[in-house]
Write a protein of this length. Structure first.
Length: 323
Protein backbone atom coordinates (compact mmCIF):
# COMPACT_ATOMS: atom_id res chain seq x y z
CA UNK A 1 0.00 0.00 0.00
CA UNK A 2 1.56 3.31 -1.09
CA UNK A 3 2.20 6.33 1.11
CA UNK A 4 0.27 8.44 -1.42
CA UNK A 5 -2.77 6.18 -1.00
CA UNK A 6 -2.58 6.40 2.79
CA UNK A 7 -2.29 10.19 2.67
CA UNK A 8 -5.28 10.40 0.36
CA UNK A 9 -7.36 8.22 2.68
CA UNK A 10 -6.33 10.32 5.66
CA UNK A 11 -7.30 13.51 3.86
CA UNK A 12 -10.69 12.11 2.88
CA UNK A 13 -11.22 11.03 6.44
CA UNK A 14 -10.50 14.51 7.73
CA UNK A 15 -12.90 16.02 5.19
CA UNK A 16 -15.60 13.58 6.27
CA UNK A 17 -15.12 14.51 9.91
CA UNK A 18 -15.29 18.22 9.05
CA UNK A 19 -18.57 17.79 7.17
CA UNK A 20 -19.98 15.51 9.87
CA UNK A 21 -19.51 18.34 12.39
CA UNK A 22 -22.20 20.31 10.58
CA UNK A 23 -25.55 19.13 11.83
CA UNK A 24 -29.14 20.22 12.13
CA UNK A 25 -29.97 21.79 15.45
CA UNK A 26 -26.32 22.41 16.31
CA UNK A 27 -27.38 25.20 18.69
CA UNK A 28 -30.38 23.42 20.18
CA UNK A 29 -28.75 23.34 23.62
CA UNK A 30 -26.19 26.14 23.47
CA UNK A 31 -28.49 28.78 21.93
CA UNK A 32 -31.94 27.29 21.27
CA UNK A 33 -33.50 30.55 20.06
CA UNK A 34 -30.74 31.36 17.55
CA UNK A 35 -32.37 30.19 14.33
CA UNK A 36 -35.70 31.70 15.31
CA UNK A 37 -34.05 35.06 16.01
CA UNK A 38 -32.61 34.99 12.49
CA UNK A 39 -35.90 34.04 10.88
CA UNK A 40 -38.02 36.54 12.79
CA UNK A 41 -35.70 39.43 11.89
CA UNK A 42 -35.65 38.38 8.25
CA UNK A 43 -39.42 37.96 8.15
CA UNK A 44 -39.90 41.41 9.63
CA UNK A 45 -37.51 43.33 7.39
CA UNK A 46 -37.06 41.62 4.01
CA UNK A 47 -40.68 42.21 2.85
CA UNK A 48 -39.93 45.95 3.09
CA UNK A 49 -36.70 45.57 1.11
CA UNK A 50 -37.16 42.44 -1.07
CA UNK A 51 -34.21 43.29 -3.32
CA UNK A 52 -31.97 42.65 -0.31
CA UNK A 53 -32.77 38.93 -0.55
CA UNK A 54 -30.70 38.69 -3.73
CA UNK A 55 -27.87 40.66 -2.13
CA UNK A 56 -27.74 38.40 0.92
CA UNK A 57 -27.85 35.28 -1.23
CA UNK A 58 -24.98 36.67 -3.31
CA UNK A 59 -23.02 37.44 -0.15
CA UNK A 60 -23.35 33.79 0.90
CA UNK A 61 -22.12 32.64 -2.52
CA UNK A 62 -19.14 35.02 -2.50
CA UNK A 63 -18.25 33.98 1.03
CA UNK A 64 -18.26 30.26 0.30
CA UNK A 65 -16.12 30.60 -2.83
CA UNK A 66 -13.24 32.16 -0.87
CA UNK A 67 -11.77 30.02 1.93
CA UNK A 68 -15.09 28.22 2.23
CA UNK A 69 -18.20 29.34 4.14
CA UNK A 70 -16.30 31.02 6.98
CA UNK A 71 -17.65 34.60 6.99
CA UNK A 72 -14.29 35.90 5.73
CA UNK A 73 -16.28 38.18 3.41
CA UNK A 74 -17.46 40.14 6.47
CA UNK A 75 -14.00 41.00 7.81
CA UNK A 76 -12.60 44.50 7.51
CA UNK A 77 -9.15 45.16 6.08
CA UNK A 78 -6.16 45.21 8.39
CA UNK A 79 -3.11 47.44 8.18
CA UNK A 80 -1.34 44.61 6.35
CA UNK A 81 -4.00 42.94 4.18
CA UNK A 82 -6.90 44.43 2.17
CA UNK A 83 -9.99 42.34 2.95
CA UNK A 84 -12.25 40.45 0.54
CA UNK A 85 -14.93 43.13 0.69
CA UNK A 86 -12.48 45.58 -0.97
CA UNK A 87 -11.93 43.28 -3.96
CA UNK A 88 -13.59 44.26 -7.28
CA UNK A 89 -16.07 41.32 -7.27
CA UNK A 90 -17.30 42.40 -3.83
CA UNK A 91 -17.48 46.17 -4.15
CA UNK A 92 -21.19 45.98 -4.93
CA UNK A 93 -22.00 43.61 -2.06
CA UNK A 94 -24.49 44.98 0.45
CA UNK A 95 -26.32 43.78 3.52
CA UNK A 96 -23.40 43.87 5.95
CA UNK A 97 -25.38 45.98 8.41
CA UNK A 98 -28.25 43.48 8.18
CA UNK A 99 -25.92 40.66 9.25
CA UNK A 100 -24.43 42.83 11.99
CA UNK A 101 -27.86 43.57 13.45
CA UNK A 102 -28.79 39.90 13.62
CA UNK A 103 -25.42 39.09 15.15
CA UNK A 104 -25.99 41.69 17.87
CA UNK A 105 -29.43 40.23 18.68
CA UNK A 106 -28.00 36.73 18.98
CA UNK A 107 -25.07 37.96 21.08
CA UNK A 108 -27.57 39.46 23.52
CA UNK A 109 -29.25 36.07 23.77
CA UNK A 110 -26.14 33.87 24.00
CA UNK A 111 -22.74 35.60 23.77
CA UNK A 112 -19.92 33.94 21.88
CA UNK A 113 -21.89 30.93 20.70
CA UNK A 114 -23.24 31.44 17.17
CA UNK A 115 -20.82 32.03 14.30
CA UNK A 116 -21.14 34.76 11.71
CA UNK A 117 -20.68 32.04 9.08
CA UNK A 118 -23.82 30.26 10.24
CA UNK A 119 -25.71 33.56 10.35
CA UNK A 120 -24.85 34.29 6.70
CA UNK A 121 -26.00 30.81 5.70
CA UNK A 122 -29.27 31.06 7.61
CA UNK A 123 -30.02 34.61 6.48
CA UNK A 124 -29.52 33.70 2.81
CA UNK A 125 -31.97 30.79 3.10
CA UNK A 126 -34.57 32.67 5.14
CA UNK A 127 -34.45 35.76 2.91
CA UNK A 128 -35.18 33.69 -0.19
CA UNK A 129 -37.91 31.78 1.62
CA UNK A 130 -39.64 34.97 2.81
CA UNK A 131 -39.97 36.32 -0.75
CA UNK A 132 -41.58 33.07 -1.88
CA UNK A 133 -38.51 31.14 -2.94
CA UNK A 134 -37.42 27.61 -2.01
CA UNK A 135 -36.51 26.31 1.42
CA UNK A 136 -33.28 24.38 1.83
CA UNK A 137 -31.67 22.65 4.76
CA UNK A 138 -28.95 24.56 6.59
CA UNK A 139 -26.97 22.34 8.93
CA UNK A 140 -25.01 24.49 11.36
CA UNK A 141 -21.76 24.34 13.29
CA UNK A 142 -19.57 26.47 11.02
CA UNK A 143 -16.86 28.53 12.66
CA UNK A 144 -15.48 31.85 11.53
CA UNK A 145 -12.24 32.25 9.62
CA UNK A 146 -9.33 34.44 10.69
CA UNK A 147 -8.10 35.60 7.29
CA UNK A 148 -9.67 37.75 4.57
CA UNK A 149 -7.62 38.58 1.49
CA UNK A 150 -8.80 40.72 -1.43
CA UNK A 151 -6.56 38.91 -3.90
CA UNK A 152 -8.07 35.56 -2.99
CA UNK A 153 -11.54 36.94 -3.71
CA UNK A 154 -10.43 38.16 -7.12
CA UNK A 155 -8.88 34.78 -7.90
CA UNK A 156 -11.73 32.58 -6.67
CA UNK A 157 -15.06 34.28 -7.39
CA UNK A 158 -16.31 33.42 -10.90
CA UNK A 159 -16.28 36.48 -13.15
CA UNK A 160 -19.27 37.58 -15.28
CA UNK A 161 -16.99 37.29 -18.31
CA UNK A 162 -16.25 33.59 -17.79
CA UNK A 163 -16.96 31.09 -20.56
CA UNK A 164 -18.34 27.62 -19.89
CA UNK A 165 -14.93 26.01 -19.44
CA UNK A 166 -13.82 28.62 -16.92
CA UNK A 167 -17.10 28.33 -15.03
CA UNK A 168 -16.96 24.55 -14.73
CA UNK A 169 -13.33 24.71 -13.62
CA UNK A 170 -14.15 27.32 -10.98
CA UNK A 171 -17.09 25.34 -9.60
CA UNK A 172 -15.19 22.05 -9.71
CA UNK A 173 -12.44 23.58 -7.57
CA UNK A 174 -15.09 24.00 -4.87
CA UNK A 175 -16.50 20.49 -5.22
CA UNK A 176 -19.49 21.60 -7.31
CA UNK A 177 -20.44 20.01 -10.61
CA UNK A 178 -22.10 21.25 -13.81
CA UNK A 179 -25.56 20.60 -12.40
CA UNK A 180 -24.75 22.79 -9.40
CA UNK A 181 -23.43 25.43 -11.80
CA UNK A 182 -26.61 25.91 -13.77
CA UNK A 183 -28.90 25.48 -10.77
CA UNK A 184 -27.07 27.99 -8.57
CA UNK A 185 -26.99 30.40 -11.51
CA UNK A 186 -30.77 30.36 -11.22
CA UNK A 187 -30.37 32.71 -8.26
CA UNK A 188 -30.07 35.41 -10.91
CA UNK A 189 -33.84 35.26 -11.21
CA UNK A 190 -33.95 37.75 -8.30
CA UNK A 191 -30.71 39.55 -9.12
CA UNK A 192 -29.75 42.95 -10.45
CA UNK A 193 -26.54 44.14 -12.02
CA UNK A 194 -24.73 47.37 -12.75
CA UNK A 195 -24.30 48.15 -16.44
CA UNK A 196 -20.53 48.13 -15.97
CA UNK A 197 -20.61 44.35 -15.40
CA UNK A 198 -21.77 43.63 -18.94
CA UNK A 199 -21.54 46.86 -21.00
CA UNK A 200 -18.64 45.43 -22.99
CA UNK A 201 -21.20 43.08 -24.55
CA UNK A 202 -23.10 46.13 -25.76
CA UNK A 203 -20.34 48.49 -26.83
CA UNK A 204 -16.92 46.87 -27.16
CA UNK A 205 -17.06 43.10 -27.07
CA UNK A 206 -13.82 42.34 -28.94
CA UNK A 207 -12.19 45.72 -28.50
CA UNK A 208 -13.42 47.00 -31.86
CA UNK A 209 -16.55 48.80 -30.74
CA UNK A 210 -18.73 45.81 -31.56
CA UNK A 211 -21.58 43.98 -29.83
CA UNK A 212 -21.61 40.42 -28.55
CA UNK A 213 -23.31 38.34 -31.25
CA UNK A 214 -24.50 35.90 -28.59
CA UNK A 215 -26.75 38.60 -27.10
CA UNK A 216 -30.20 39.01 -28.65
CA UNK A 217 -29.86 42.18 -30.80
CA UNK A 218 -33.33 43.48 -29.94
CA UNK A 219 -32.65 43.10 -26.23
CA UNK A 220 -29.26 44.76 -26.65
CA UNK A 221 -30.85 47.69 -28.46
CA UNK A 222 -33.39 48.08 -25.68
CA UNK A 223 -30.67 48.07 -23.03
CA UNK A 224 -28.73 50.75 -24.91
CA UNK A 225 -31.81 52.91 -25.36
CA UNK A 226 -33.36 52.62 -21.90
CA UNK A 227 -30.72 51.48 -19.43
CA UNK A 228 -27.02 51.42 -20.28
CA UNK A 229 -27.03 54.50 -22.48
CA UNK A 230 -23.27 55.09 -22.37
CA UNK A 231 -20.37 52.60 -22.37
CA UNK A 232 -18.91 53.55 -18.99
CA UNK A 233 -22.08 53.67 -16.88
CA UNK A 234 -21.14 52.58 -13.35
CA UNK A 235 -24.36 53.55 -11.59
CA UNK A 236 -27.40 52.30 -13.51
CA UNK A 237 -28.89 49.04 -12.26
CA UNK A 238 -30.52 46.49 -14.55
CA UNK A 239 -32.83 43.67 -13.49
CA UNK A 240 -31.59 40.24 -14.51
CA UNK A 241 -35.17 39.02 -14.88
CA UNK A 242 -36.86 42.25 -16.08
CA UNK A 243 -40.25 42.97 -14.57
CA UNK A 244 -40.07 39.86 -12.45
CA UNK A 245 -36.86 40.18 -10.45
CA UNK A 246 -38.59 40.04 -7.06
CA UNK A 247 -40.09 36.63 -7.79
CA UNK A 248 -38.08 33.43 -7.46
CA UNK A 249 -39.13 31.55 -10.58
CA UNK A 250 -37.94 30.14 -13.91
CA UNK A 251 -37.85 33.51 -15.67
CA UNK A 252 -34.07 33.69 -15.72
CA UNK A 253 -33.78 30.38 -17.60
CA UNK A 254 -36.45 31.40 -20.10
CA UNK A 255 -34.46 34.53 -20.85
CA UNK A 256 -31.27 32.48 -21.34
CA UNK A 257 -33.01 30.45 -24.02
CA UNK A 258 -33.95 33.73 -25.74
CA UNK A 259 -30.29 34.87 -25.57
CA UNK A 260 -31.18 37.54 -23.03
CA UNK A 261 -28.89 36.70 -20.12
CA UNK A 262 -26.98 39.80 -19.07
CA UNK A 263 -23.57 38.29 -18.40
CA UNK A 264 -21.30 36.32 -20.70
CA UNK A 265 -21.31 33.74 -17.91
CA UNK A 266 -25.11 33.53 -18.24
CA UNK A 267 -24.95 33.07 -21.99
CA UNK A 268 -22.18 30.50 -21.52
CA UNK A 269 -24.63 28.08 -19.91
CA UNK A 270 -26.35 27.57 -23.26
CA UNK A 271 -23.11 26.99 -25.17
CA UNK A 272 -22.84 23.47 -23.76
CA UNK A 273 -25.33 21.12 -25.39
CA UNK A 274 -25.96 18.98 -22.33
CA UNK A 275 -26.43 21.95 -20.03
CA UNK A 276 -28.74 23.70 -22.48
CA UNK A 277 -30.78 20.51 -22.71
CA UNK A 278 -31.02 20.43 -18.91
CA UNK A 279 -32.21 24.04 -18.87
CA UNK A 280 -34.87 23.31 -21.49
CA UNK A 281 -36.06 20.36 -19.43
CA UNK A 282 -36.12 22.46 -16.26
CA UNK A 283 -38.14 25.23 -17.92
CA UNK A 284 -40.76 22.73 -19.06
CA UNK A 285 -41.03 21.21 -15.57
CA UNK A 286 -43.17 22.41 -12.62
CA UNK A 287 -41.57 25.18 -10.56
CA UNK A 288 -41.35 22.78 -7.62
CA UNK A 289 -38.73 20.78 -9.51
CA UNK A 290 -36.45 23.81 -9.75
CA UNK A 291 -37.05 24.61 -6.08
CA UNK A 292 -36.11 21.09 -5.00
CA UNK A 293 -32.98 20.88 -7.14
CA UNK A 294 -31.85 24.42 -6.30
CA UNK A 295 -32.25 23.57 -2.61
CA UNK A 296 -29.97 20.54 -2.91
CA UNK A 297 -27.24 22.57 -4.62
CA UNK A 298 -27.51 25.34 -2.03
CA UNK A 299 -27.06 22.89 0.83
CA UNK A 300 -24.06 21.44 -0.99
CA UNK A 301 -22.56 24.89 -1.51
CA UNK A 302 -23.06 25.72 2.16
CA UNK A 303 -20.69 22.88 3.09
CA UNK A 304 -17.70 24.14 1.06
CA UNK A 305 -14.48 23.98 3.10
CA UNK A 306 -16.24 24.74 6.38
CA UNK A 307 -14.32 25.27 9.59
CA UNK A 308 -15.66 23.19 12.46
CA UNK A 309 -14.64 21.86 15.84
CA UNK A 310 -11.67 23.82 17.17
CA UNK A 311 -10.78 25.45 13.84
CA UNK A 312 -11.32 29.18 13.45
CA UNK A 313 -13.32 31.00 16.12
CA UNK A 314 -16.73 32.43 17.01
CA UNK A 315 -16.35 36.14 16.31
CA UNK A 316 -17.87 38.60 18.75
CA UNK A 317 -18.00 41.20 15.97
CA UNK A 318 -18.41 39.87 12.44
CA UNK A 319 -16.15 42.55 10.97
CA UNK A 320 -13.05 41.83 13.07
CA UNK A 321 -11.32 38.80 14.50
CA UNK A 322 -11.36 38.39 18.26
CA UNK A 323 -8.49 40.09 20.05
Amino acid sequence: MSIKFLLTCSLLGLLSVAQADLKFGFYVKSCPKAENIVFQYVREHIPHAPSLAAALLRMHFHDCFVRGCDASVLLNSTSKIPAEKTSPPNLSLRGFDFIDKIKSLIEEECPGVVSCADIISLVARDSVLVIGGPFWNVPTGRRDGLISNATEALNNIPAPTFNFTALTKSFASKGLDVTDLFLLSGAHTIGVSHCSSFSNRLYNFTGKGDQDPALDPFYAANLKKNKCKVPNDNTTIVEMDPGNFKTFDLGYYKLLLKRRGLFQSDAALTTDAATKSSIIKLVSSPLEVFFKEFAMSMEKMGRIEVLTGSSGEIRKNCAVVNS
